[in-house]
Design a protein around this ligand. Structure first.
Ligand SMILES: [Zn+2]
Length: 269
């Protein structure tokens, strides 16, 4: 698997880009605060699929609670894999990188969260913010999280989600939380798909030969080694740079100011 930080930063980039193009009727963010919330949720959700094994760093985000959840998700994923396995799919002993690493899961979770937000409003919004922002902390501030432990992560995530909610109480915008979560999960799978191991993104709907859980991956020449040099020296810094650029661009007034400066320079020329 690609490193947690890479997943989180690519989630932030996807969130910042989507925030620019998603129409407001679909819950597309309309203010700087909404853009950042959308991107933060997306960044955290980009770690969510790895909550399918108690071994992952992500599973330690909320201490024993998230580890217990991860163990449960692992069991359910394995059960689901066995239920839908094609004849040629190998036998498995764990559920990691199956159910939660599919397009179907991203879509179902997205729809589920949107439905919860519409049905229950505030508690569903705060719950989604709490989990995803906590994961985002784990991914984007990994060394801080490792140094201070899961209790600190939980406390800061709780404070952030309460704060964000009061800051961002817009009804329509809140419905976009489901979209942000689904997008984050899909971006996670894309990240895993460029590694040597690949990811069964289209399982179990699209059989290939006698396999339902075949891995989507790049040709071996193009695929990267998880945690390897390409990821640490090229991909990570590049994605971070893009994320910072997009974040600055998202601040109210910046695009207008840039356009003005460009016009000014043109007038001088
Ligand atoms: Zn993964």
């Amino acid at each position: 698997m690609v490193m947690g930080a890479t997943h989180a930063v690519s989630g932030a980039v996807a969130g910042l880009l989507a925030a620019q193009v998603l129409p407001p009727e679909w819950g597309g963010p309309t203010s700087t605060a909404e853009v950042f919330t959308f991107a933060g949720v997306c960044a955290g959700a980009a770690l969510l699929p790895d909550l399918d094994t108690a071994q992952s760093t992500v599973a330690r985000s909320f201490g024993p609670v998230s580890q217990l959840v991860a163990r449960g998700v692992d069991e359910v994923s394995l059960w689901y894999y066995r239920l839908t396995r094609g004849r040629r799919d190998p036998k498995r002993r764990g559920g990691h990188r199956t159910l939660t690493h599919t397009a179907l899961f991203a879509i179902a979770l997205s729809a589920g969260i949107s439905a919860l937000v519409i049905e229950f409003g505030r508690p569903a919004i705060i719950g989604t913010l709490f989990v995803t922002l906590g994961l985002a902390l784990r991914g984007l501030a990994g060394s801080w999280a490792a140094r201070n432990g899961w209790i600190a992560v939980t406390v800061v995530a709780a404070a952030l989600s309460a704060f964000t909610w009061t800051w961002y109480p817009d009804e329509v915008g809140s419905r976009a939380l489901g979209v942000a979560v689904g997008l984050g999960c899909a971006v996670h799978c894309l990240g895993d798909a460029i590694t040597k191991e690949g990811v069964p993104f289209l399982a179990p709907l699209l059989p290939w030969g006698r396999r339902r859980w075949w891995e989507l991956r790049l040709p071996s020449m193009l695929s990267i080694r998880a945690g390897g040099t390409v990821e640490r020296v090229v991909l990570g810094p590049l994605l971070t740079l893009v994320a910072v650029g997009l974040a600055i661009w998202a601040i109210d007034g910046v695009p207008g100011a840039v356009t003005e400066v460009v016009a000014e320079i043109r007038a001088w020329g």
